[in-house]
Design a protein around this ligand. Sequence first.
Ligand code: APR
Length: 178
Amino acid sequence: MIEVIQGDITRLSVDAIVNAANELMLGGGGVDGAIHRAAGTELLDACRQVPEVRPGVRCPTGTCRITPAFDLPSRFVIHTVGPIWHGGGRGEAELLASCYRNSLCLAASHGFASLAFPAISCGIYGYPNDQAAEIATRTIRSVLSPQMSLQRIVLVAFEAPMVVVLQRAVSSQPDAPS
Ligand code: APR
């Protein structure tokens, strides 16, 4: 149900990949930059069409938006915005959990069978990797149910050390009985 791989999320052929975006949703560095480069300029056009909920904000932190994936091998991109790490006292854990929960629910509402996540907030946004991995696996397990369309959740580590962190988090919480 939950698998950990090391690699580049832009190369995965799944129903949707999750993008660790920012609230403006016009691209950036890290995985956001990689996804936009691989998807092509139509992705930026699609992001621009997402309405701003307030000036400069298309996707508030903790929420998600969906666009087609254009030149990517996956079919859709679910853009979510993780919290910037400020030490843990500003609701970061709940906001990060919301990214995973909302992305899973949006994918399930579209009937997707497969969904891949990068390590949201673990790069430029500075979230401690082990805490983020634990939140990711705990939230995914709490949301997934056998009745949902989602059969394959992939946690993608770009760098090798993150593979170990994610695998430890996945194995520390056994899969819920199906
Ligand atoms: N495939 C999978 N994972 C990747 C890839 C890739 N091609 N490129 C980077 N990563 C990993 C990073 O190593 C990190 O573990 O994604 C994780 C998230 O890091 P960031 O991309 O920096 O995302 P985040 O920490 O959430 O910061 C978001 O960065 O790129 C900007 O526009 C983005 O402002 C936003 C901020």
